[in-house]
Design a protein. Structure first.
Length: 452
């Protein structure tokens, strides 16, 4: 089956729905718990981090299962369809008004349970979809283009996750109705995006060459193989560090913009949308640069400068002024576009493991990759709640000058140090472009000589 540009684009669409949902949850859920449900920040952070951690635990299991699924609909497509059905319903249920009437332990259990189930539904789409991207092509240039499309839809989802709630909140304020309507609309967006992916990729999933699924390794054997893959370990560790920084940034963004900078809702939306649009544009530039320069150096440069610029700029911005936030939206968007190169490099690391073991289990690797993401987010969200209490934040009260200064330091260097640490670690990644091409030639020879 010919993999056209249209099918590459269609495959990537599901990432838009997932990204929109994640963006909405990252930006609004902690604030929603502390300001609407009036949970203490540490308890709210604990509930969110437990749900994210559960999500991470089941990611490798979902990847392993999708690697070994047989059936008329392919390996990955059945999971995409199941997630498509469950995710919108569970997302809307998180913001039902009945939760506000509940108290104490029952409310905490209901919120925590719904959030755990919602994250499970996201795994059913996210892990098989990521693995399918590695399945579709072994060609280096095409694979980079496929993951560029994925990151494009990730950023488009980021834009939707900002703009859709922003629209309802500009009409209804930071009210329960605004949260619920945002969740319901984003659920519909998830359905649309995932259906596009299923239509574009289901045939390719059914026709996929079967040599990678002929093995029957135990999950622990696959885990051991992944953890003995040095390039993969370097990437996932760097990604965990950067994701901790990004998750702290997302968790504290509304606190920083609303409380420290004292910006109105429409101004915050403008900053976040500009940031997202610049990321979309910058992906094209980073994709072109990756054809001429080593991805390792490009990624380290982009992420490192992102951390450094934020560490310096955010604590120095004066309240009420828009120039600083808009400038950082442009700078940050240009630099953060480099992150899409990470998943391209993960696929290269899987090829490295395939040469050594004879099995390219993209689902298992991307399941572990998602696990690393969720562990990082769980740590960051739990840490955000604790740090908010540590700087003296109390729900329902006006923050003191010391609390506001602590918030600016958390949002600036508190985030930037994780980006810079991840950027330094990426430099140790050993698979340069020449080595990647060599690995792909070896795998091509093996496929050419394998018995159908």
């Amino acid at each position: 089956m010919t993999l056209t540009r249209g099918r590459e684009c269609g495959y990537a669409a599901a990432e838009g729905g997932l990204s929109a949902t994640e963006t909405f949850i990252r930006l609004h859920f902690l604030f929603y718990l502390t300001h609407e449900l009036l949970l203490q920040p540490a308890m709210a952070g604990l509930l969110v981090s437990m749900g994210v951690l559960w999500d991470g635990i089941i990611d490798p299991i979902a990847g392993w299962l999708s690697d070994r699924t047989r059936g008329r609909w392919g390996r990955r497509t059945p999971y995409l369809f199941l997630g498509l059905v469950l995710l919108p319903m569970l997302l809307a249920a998180l913001f039902l008004p009945q939760l506000k009437s509940m108290q104490g332990l029952s409310r905490n259990l209901a919120v925590g349970g719904l959030y755990l189930l919602m994250n499970t539904a996201m795994t059913l789409i996210g892990v098989p979809h990521a693995a399918l991207g590695g399945d579709l092509s072994r060609d280096a240039a095409r694979r980079t283009r496929i993951f560029a499309w994925r990151y494009f839809f990730t950023t488009l989802g980021l834009l939707s996750g900002i703009a859709i709630p922003g629209y309802f909140m500009s009409r209804l304020g930071n009210s329960w109705a605004a949260y619920w309507q945002s969740a319901a609309t984003l659920g519909g967006f998830v359905v649309l995006c995932t259906l596009i992916t299923i239509v574009a990729s289901a045939r390719a999933d059914r026709m996929m060459n079967q040599e990678e699924v002929q093995t029957r390794h135990h999950p622990l054997v696959m885990l051991r193989g992944c953890l003995h893959n040095r390039p993969f370990l370097i990437l996932i560790t760097a990604f965990i560090l950067a994701t901790i920084g990004q998750a702290i940034n997302s968790s504290l963004a509304l606190y920083y913009y609303r409380l420290f900078l004292q910006l109105p809702e429409t101004s915050i939306e403008q900053v976040l949308i500009l940031f997202t649009l610049i990321i979309i544009i910058s992906i094209i530039a980073w994709n072109l640069l990756s054809r001429r320069f080593e991805k390792t150096r490009l990624l380290s440069l982009g992420v490192g400068l992102m951390g450094l610029s934020g560490s310096i700029a955010y604590p120095l911005m004066p309240p009420g002024a828009m120039q600083g936030p808009l400038l950082m939206a442009v700078i940050g968007g240009l630099l953060l576009g480099s992150v899409f190169l990470l998943e391209v490099m993960v696929a290269d690391a899987v090829d490295y493991g395939a040469v050594r073991t004879g099995s390219a289990d993209y689902g298992s690797y991307f399941g572990l990759w998602k696990l690393g993401t969720k562990i990082a987010r769980a740590i960051a969200i739990g840490l955000s709640g604790v740090l908010l209490e540590a700087i003296g934040f109390v729900p329902g009260t006006s923050p003191s000058e010391g609390t506001l200064r602590g918030l600016a330091l958390l949002f600036g260097p508190g985030v930037g140090i994780f980006f810079m640490a991840g950027a330094l670690l990426v430099l140790a990644y050993p698979l340069r472009q020449r080595k990647v091409l060599q690995l792909q030639r070896i795998l091509q020879r093996r496929r050419a000589t394998s018995v159908p």
